[in-house]
Design a protein around this ligand. Structure first.
Ligand SMILES: Nc1ncnc2c1ncn2[C@@H]1O[C@H](COP(=O)(O)OP(=O)(O)OP(=O)(O)O)[C@@H](O)[C@H]1O
Ligand SMILES: [Mg+2]
Length: 142
């Protein structure tokens, strides 16, 4: 059996109240996006995972997106290797091209973001919802 699917439900008794008022996003504020970048092996995954867990423990809704083709954020978020292996990544055909009435081409999501999170999000121990962008299935030559 894999980890629970879908958006994590917050339990104030366990995860604390949404404190708000400190300049960070919470129920009473807008959503924020945080991107962690840096050179190889510099601690990106460790910082991203720890930050996500700390924020979730204060009661904030956190969606962590692992965009690494060799994803291991799941382990930092507290899943076991076996649970991490069972996560279904986002399908490659989630983005579709459409032609606007103006004739311009636009690349858009095939489904609303909320539904994507509900379908592909995985709940992790500190209530961070994890999404995998994709992973390399097979090593190739070259
Ligand atoms: N503050 C720290 N002190 C000591 N070791 C650390 C620290 N942060 C991370 N590490 C260790 O450094 C190694 C690389 O960390 P991490 O995997 O987070 O880096 P990364 O930038 O995500 O790497 P990659 O580019 O391969 O994805 C890991 O073994 C991790 O446990
Ligand atoms: Mg990493």
């Amino acid at each position: 059996m894999g980890p629970p699917k879908g958006i994590c439900l917050r339990d104030p008794a366990v995860h604390g109240r949404d404190v708000g008022g400190d300049g960070m996003a919470g129920d009473r504020g807008g959503a924020r996006r945080v991107a962690i970048c840096g050179k190889g092996g510099s601690g990106k995954t460790t910082i991203a995972g720890t930050l996500a867990r700390v924020l979730a423990r204060t009661g904030r809704s956190v969606v962590a997106i692992d965009g690494d083709s060799n994803p291991n954020l799941a382990l930092t978020l507290g899943l076991s290797p076996a649970e991490a292996e069972r996560i279904v990544p986002l399908p490659r055909d989630l983005l579709v091209e459409r032609v606007e009435p103006s004739g311009e081409r636009a690349t858009v999501l095939r489904e609303p973001p909320d539904r994507i999170v509900q379908t592909y999000g995985v709940c992790t121990p500190d209530n961070v919802t994890l999404i995998l962008m994709g992973r390399v299935d097979h090593a190739g030559a070259g």
